[in-house]
Design a protein around this ligand. Structure first.
Ligand code: NAD
Length: 477
C-alpha cells in the first residue's frame, strides 16, 4: 500500500496517523494511505509559508509565470493519469475526471498569464502637484479548505491565483479525496515553487481546518464547502481579522418554458441535474416547468434517464458514477424518502447493483412537488432533482428566486424577451440560457449570491480582488 506524506517547507513529512482513501466505485480498492497532519505540523506549514512570503512576494512576475506555466504544462501532459486517479477516488466518470484535470491545467496556464498582467492605476489628484497611484500587493499566507466534489479543479482555482499574485499557500484538501490535491502540490513543487511557497496538510476539518482558521499567522481563508461549515469559518475569520471568501451550497433552479426546444431542455436538465452524479454545487436540483410543456418534459426526461448507464466510474461505458461515500448515499436516500412522505412521486432513486462493490444510486426525478417541500429548499448534493409545475413565466421566476441560495440559475426558452428578463432578474451569480446550470468557463468569475457565497468572486481576473490588497500612494512631485 503506497503511503503519501504532507508537504511542508519543501519536505515530504509523515503525520502521526494515516487515513485510507477508498474508491467509491469499489470499496475493496484502496487508492492509498494518506498522512494525517496534526496541529503542530499545521503550525510548521504556516510558519514555512510566512518565511517564504518574504521573497516570493517580491519575486518577479516572470518567476511566477514560469512556475505556474510549467505546472500547467505538466498537468495537461498528465491529465489522463490524473483523471484516472480522480475518477478512482471521487467517482466521477473517466471523461468527466479527465476533463476536470485538464481544466486544472488550463487554470494554471491562465493564471501564469495573470501574473504578467497585474497592473495598477495612475489617477489625477484633486490637489495641485500631486499624483495618486493605485497598486495591488499580495496578502500573505492564504489558508485553503476545499471540498471533495472537485478534488483537483477547486484546489487549482485557489492555488493558481494565490501564487500568481505573490502569496504563499497552506492547503487542506477534503479528507475523503486527498489524492488529486497531493499530485497537484507535487507538480507545483517540481515546477520550481520555492520551499514554503506551497504547503499541503491533510486531515480532518475539525483539526487542520480549525488550526488554519484560528492561526494569527494566516492572513486569509479561501473556503469551498457546505453552508454550515462556511458560516462558522467566516465568524472565526472576523474574530481574528482575516479576509475570507466562501463558496457554498446551491438549490439551483432550471426554468423550462412552454416555448422551449424540448430536446435542448431535456439535455440541459439531465446534464445539469444528474451528471457528475449530481454532486455539483451548480447542479440543477429544481426543475421549474410551465404547465403547457410539463407532461411532455417529464416523460422525455424519464425516457432519457432510463438510457443512462450507472456503474464503475472507470468503466468506459459508464455515464453516471457512484455517490461519493456511504454517508452521502444515506443522505440522498433520506431526502428521497422525505420527498415521498411530503407527497412527491419518485421515479428512479433506487440502489443499483453493479459488477463492483460501490455506492450506486439510480438518478431520482421527483414530480408533484411544491416549492415549500424540503426537497425544494435544502441541498441534497446527489443525483436527485425535483419538478415544480408552474402556470407561467412570472410564476417560474418567482419560484426560481424563492430560495436562500443564489449560485446559478438557468432558463430553457426560445423567447428572447423571457431569456433577457430572466438574465436580469434571476437572483444568482451565474445565469445560463438553454444550457445546464453546471459547467462553466475557467477564465470568468465564478460565484453566487445570498446563502451560496460570501466575499470576492473566484476565477478569471476577478480572483485578484481576493488574492491582492490595494495600496494608494500619493506622490508630491
Ligand atoms: P464540508 O463543509 O463538509 O467540508 C468542506 C471542507 O471543510 C473539507 O475540507 C472539510 O474537511 C473542512 N471542514 C469541515 N469542518 C471544518 C471546520 N470546523 N473548520 C474548518 N474546516 C472544516 O463540505 P463537503 O461535504 O466537502 O462539500 C460539499 C459542499 O460543498 C456542498 O454544500 C456543495 O454545494 C459545496 N460546494 C460548493 C462549491 C461552490 O463553489 N459554491 C463548489 C463545490 C462544492
Amino acid at each position: 500500500m503506497t503511503r503519501y506524506a504532507n508537504y511542508i517547507d519543501g519536505e515530504w513529512l509523515d503525520g502521526p496517523t494515516f487515513s485510507r482513501n477508498v474508491n467509491p466505485s469499489d470499496v475493496d480498492d484502496v487508492v492509498g494511505e494518506y498522512s494525517q497532519a496534526d496541529v503542530q505540523q499545521t503550525a510548521r506549514a504556516i510558519q514555512a509559508a510566512r518565511k517564504a512570503f518574504a521573497s516570493w512576494s517580491l519575486s518577479t512576475p516572470q518567476q511566477r509565470f514560469d512556475v505556474l506555466d510549467r505546472a500547467g504544462t505538466a498537468i495537461l501532459a498528465r491529465k489522463e493519469e490524473l483523471g484516472r486517479l480522480l475518477a478512482r477516488e471521487e467517482g466521477k466518470t473517466l471523461p468527466e475526471a479527465i476533463g476536470e484535470a485538464g481544466r486544472a491545467g488550463q487554470i494554471f496556464k491562465f493564471f501564469a498569464g495573470e501574473a504578467l498582467r497585474l497592473g495598477g492605476e495612475i489617477v489625477q489628484s484633486v490637489r495641485p502637484g500631486m499624483t495618486v497611484e493605485v497598486t495591488r500587493e499580495p496578502l500573505g499566507v492564504i489558508g485553503m479548505i476545499t471540498p471533495w466534489n472537485f478534488p483537483i479543479a477547486i484546489p487549482a482555482w485557489k492555488i493558481a491565483p494565490a501564487l500568481a499574485y505573490g502569496n504563499c499557500v497552506v492547503i487542506k484538501p477534503a479528507d475523503l479525496v486527498p489524492g488529486s490535491a497531493w499530485e497537484l502540490v507535487k507538480i507545483i513543487a517540481e515546477a520550481g515553487a520555492p520551499a514554503g511557497v506551497i504547503n499541503l496538510v491533510m486531515g480532518r476539518g475539525s483539526v487542520i481546518g480549525e488550526a488554519l482558521v484560528n492561526s494569527p499567522d494566516v492572513d486569509a481563508i479561501s473556503f469551498t464547502g457546505s453552508v454550515s461549515t462556511g458560516r462558522s469559518i467566516a465568524a472565526k475569520c472576523v474574530e481574528t481579522g482575516k479576509k475570507v471568501q466562501l463558496e457554498m451550497g446551491g438549490k439551483n433552479p432550471m426554468v423550462v418554458l412552454d416555448d422551449a426546444d424540448l430536446d435542448v431542455a431535456v439535455e440541459a436538465c439531465v446534464n445539469g441535474a444528474f451528471f457528475s452524479t449530481g454532486q455539483r454545487c451548480t447542479a440543477s436540483s429544481r426543475l421549474i416547468v410551465t404547465e403547457g410543456i410539463h407532461d411532455r418534459f417529464v416523460e422525455a426526461v424519464k425516457a432519457r434517464l432510463k438510457t443512462l448507464k450507472i456503474g464503475d466510474a472507470l468503466a468506459p461505458d459508464t455515464q453516471i458514477g457512484p455517490v461519493v461515500d456511504e454517508r452521502q448515499l444515506a443522505q440522498d436516500e433520506r431526502y428521497i424518502a422525505i420527498a415521498r412522505e411530503e407527497g412527491g412521486t419518485v421515479f428512479g432513486g433506487e440502489r443499483v447493483a453493479a459488477s463492483t462493490n460501490g455506492f450506486f444510486l439510480a438518478p431520482a426525478l421527483i414530480t408533484d412537488t411544491t416549492p415549500t417541500m424540503r426537497i425544494n429548499r435544502e441541498e441534497v448534493f446527489g443525483p436527485v432533482a425535483s419538478v415544480i409545475k408552474v402556470k407561467d413565466y412570472e410564476a417560474a421566476l418567482a419560484t426560481a428566486n424563492d430560495t436562500e441560495f443564489g449560485l446559478s440559475a438557468g432558463i430553457c426558452t426560445t423567447s428572447l424577451k423571457y431569456a433577457t428578463h430572466f438574465k436580469r432578474h434571476a437572483q444568482v451569480g451565474m445565469v445560463m440560457v438553454n444550457t445546464a446550470t453546471a459547467g462553466v468557463d475557467y477564465h470568468v468569475p465564478f460565484g453566487g449570491r445570498k446563502g451560496s457565497s460570501y466575499g470576492a468572486r473566484e476565477q478569471g481576473s476577478y480572483a485578484r480582488e481576493f488574492y491582492t490588497t490595494v495600496k494608494t500612494a500619493y506622490v508630491n512631485a
